[in-house]
Ligand binder design. Sequence first.
Ligand SMILES: [Zn+2]
Length: 135
Amino acid sequence: MHEMSLATSLLAILQDEVGKRNIIKITRIKVVVGEMVNLAPQAFRFAFSSIAVDTPAADAELEIDVRPIKARCYECGETFLVVGYVFCCPCCNSSQLDIISGNELYIDSFIAEGDQNNESERAKEPDEQERCASC
Ligand SMILES: [Zn+2]
């Protein structure tokens, strides 16, 4: 089952963070998933809650952000959203497409309660400063 294996990998990533950051409880998880992953949110939530029992993520609320499929035409260079799995350029009808997005699957963010939660929030700041300094 597709959703079960995805839920298992999601939980594994979270368990890893739990270990690193001394997290007691995860309250909310935001998952970004591309339309092409073809995830059934209901089945995914069910799979996740069934395997997360007895983990800090047991009562976590799962937010699933589905991203549309975006493609670029190799023939004319047009960039467009793929609607209804019609992989065809709206300008020149070519089916030679480069899929730019729609395949992604990652944890965007999660909210946790734990001893080092505040520190991990603070740890994000140097990253942003680095980014500003480089641009
Ligand atoms: Zn085209």
